[in-house]
Design a binder for this molecule. Structure first.
Ligand SMILES: Cc1cc2nc3c(=O)[nH]c(=O)nc-3n(C[C@H](O)[C@H](O)[C@H](O)COP(=O)(O)OP(=O)(O)OC[C@H]3O[C@@H](n4cnc5c(N)ncnc54)[C@H](O)[C@@H]3O)c2cc1C
Length: 319
């Protein structure tokens, strides 16, 4: 919060015209949207070949298209090496000596746990330097609990602790920790890394594992991609939704999903259908039987979520 107030204060006093954002993750993308709406010329620099690396690049490309259509200059494959000053301007520089002038530079290049207090108190740290916790949110030191961005997160599919700082997780972990601190017996039920972000009029969402992560965890992943209408095409305003669904070939179990679409296309609630199915350990085939709601302005008798599941089943069985 302090950082966001500082940015607002700086903008009110300095009236910047040109911003460079370092990092094309969800915070960098949200800020590209916000600063463009505030009238700044925005350049987004990203180290990876595509923005939003928490999604497959095929879907990240749709977000890049949205950014560029709104006037954001997107430069990927750029490793920022330093920020200097040139006359009155800031100057962002890459290792390859490319330069971008700016009145405002925003670094949104990932999060690290603020676990120094725990470390100096002798509490063991785990994944990514986050405080090591059990599923009760107890640390390995008696009577000390940790929750939220400073702590590890138990991943429900990987069946191990990871570092995945999210507000939804922080709230649930905090509740578990609080209950257990007053004598409760609750366990954190795990995260699936379910996330959603708005970038101008596009929404990008994901849950669970993608191909590479699933393979590394010992699954046998198969991913299908499709584009489907968000509602019946004869009803005005239909938009395409891009989906990618990953399942385990050998067990048929759902492993993860990613969706990009228009912000009127109920993307966040559609990813939540996948998240609920993942939480319950459903097989992809079982998703086709879910009794989902339908009315022509909002969906189809077979929702895009179920069309993706059907396509996956057809590919798995080779039909
Ligand atoms: C720009 C941005 C956008 C985000 N958007 C989303 C989103 O859309 N969805 C989502 O799920 N998550 C989002 N997140 C992540 C989410 O905000 C965090 O996961 C969540 O706030 C973590 O809660 P927390 O209580 O662990 O930490 P925080 O919310 O960071 O709260 C920790 C508090 O502890 C204080 N503190 C730290 N050290 C000490 C100390 N030694 N003594 C006393 N106080 C201390 C801090 O000042 C702070 O007030 C976003 C994060 C950012 C930065």
């Amino acid at each position: 919060m302090a950082d966001s107030f500082a940015v607002k204060q700086f903008m009110a006093v300095e009236q910047p015209h040109r911003a460079v954002i370092i990092g094309g993750g969800y915070i960098g993308l949200e800020m590209a949207d916000a600063l463009t709406v505030r009238g700044l010329a925005v350049t987004l620099l990203e180290f990876a070949p595509e923005v939003l690396t928490t999604l497959d690049p095929e879907l990240g490309a749709h977000i890049r298209a949205e950014l560029t259509s709104r006037g954001v200059q997107v430069a990927t494959g750029k490793a920022v090496a330093g920020i200097g000053r040139q006359q009155q301007k800031l100057c962002v520089q890459t290792a390859a000596e490319e330069r971008w002038a700016a009145d405002l530079v925003l670094v949104a290049a990932g999060a690290r746990p603020a676990s120094a207090l725990a470390r100096t108190a002798g509490i063991p740290l785990g994944d990514g330097g986050a405080i090591r916790v059990k599923r009760t949110m107890a640390t390995t030191v008696a009577d000390i609990f940790a929750a939220g961005d400073c702590a590890e997160t138990w991943h429900r599919l990987l069946n191990r602790n990871t570092y995945m700082p999210l507000g939804t997780t922080a709230h649930k972990q905090g509740r578990v920790a609080g209950e257990n601190m007053v004598g409760g017996q609750r366990e954190f039920q795990g995260s699936l890394g379910t996330q959603v972000v708005k970038v101008f009029d596009r929404i990008a969402a994901r849950t669970g594992l993608r191909d590479r992560g699933a393979a590394a965890a010992g699954f046998d992943p198969l991913t299908v991609a499709l584009t489907a209408w968000d509602h019946k095409v004869y009803y005005p305003g239909a938009e395409g939704i891009h989906l990618r669904l990953t399942g385990d070939r050998s067990t048929g179990r759902l492993l993860g999903a990613q969706i990009v679409g228009h912000r009127r296309s109920e993307i966040s609630k559609r990813i939540d259908i996948f998240a609920a199915a993942l939480h319950q350990g459903l097989r992809v085939e079982e998703m086709c039987d879910l009794d989902l709601s339908y009315t022509p302005p909002l969906s189809s008798p077979w929702d895009p979520v179920q069309l993706a599941a059907m396509q996956w089943c057809a590919r798995q069985s080779g039909t």
